[in-house]
Design a protein around this ligand. Structure first.
Ligand code: HEC
Length: 199
């Protein structure tokens, strides 16, 4: 549905007038919903772009396509997940940092295995049950918001426990619940893959 600004303004003014002397400022008429079911124009642009830039086939069966598209945008355009979570990120001859035409390493896309100092990036692709890295949505939210390494047992020593280190969770954790859900939905929709290398 397409409405002009004047249309919304007209409706808002009519509501304001109808409410009479006790009227309060009208509520915003378009709110991006956290489950992606009613998307603003800005969301729709990101969702469309997300689908266009996804480098692998997506399994949309049983999933909310808006969340998948938005998640793709956040993973592929904003979060830089590829650089750390794909090893190597680009195919031979396809590294844009070397002036080559960009070709993403789709065979090992987001399958981790990249060493960053003593830390190895996790495989974010779905396991046999369709869960990204075998994590539930709640576990994923905990890792992203609090930076907790979910493989740690109480008392396990640093540097690997209890927190994730290289992972930029202090930034990514500022994302809204809806955005983190969208990232999770996208990671559930990509194909399973194994790391291309483990260093
Ligand atoms: C600068 C590199 C870097 C970037 C960028 C990055 N990660 Fe990570 N991530 C890591 C590393 C390394 C680990 C594992 C170990 C650690 O941080 O100590 C990790 C761990 C994780 C984990 C925890 C996995 C688990 O189940 O235990 C999740 C989830 C995750 N990353 C998701 C993402 C997503 C989604 C993005 C993009 C929005 C992203 N990461 C971007 C490096 C990165």
């Amino acid at each position: 549905m397409r409405r002009s600004r004047g249309g919304w303004l007209g409706i808002a003014l009519a509501m304001f007038a109808a409410a009479g002397a006790q009227a309060q400022a009208p509520q915003a008429t378009v709110t991006p919903s956290s489950d992606g079911d009613s998307s603003s124009a800005g969301d729709r642009e990101r969702i469309d772009a997300g689908f266009a830039m996804a480098p692998v086939p997506l399994d949309l069966q049983g999933r909310n396509p808006r969340l998948v598209g938005l998640g793709s945008y956040l993973v592929n355009a904003v979060g830089a997940c590829l650089d750390c979570h794909t090893n190597p990120p680009y195919r031979p001859g396809g590294d844009p940092y070397q002036g080559q035409p960009k070709q993403i390493n789709t065979e090992h896309y987001l399958a981790g295995g990249k060493a960053l100092g003593p830390f190895i990036s996790s495989n974010l692709t779905p396991d046999a049950d369709g869960l990204p890295n075998g994590r539930t949505l709640d576990q994923f939210m905990t890792a992203m918001r609090q930076g907790l390494n979910l493989d740690c047992q109480p008392g396990d020593p640093p540097p690997h426990c209890p927190l994730l280190h290289v992972m930029p969770w202090p930034n990514l954790g500022n994302s809204s619940d809806g955005e983190l859900r969208a990232i999770y939905e996208y990671l559930s929709a990509i194909p399973h893959a194994e790391p291309g290398a483990t260093r």
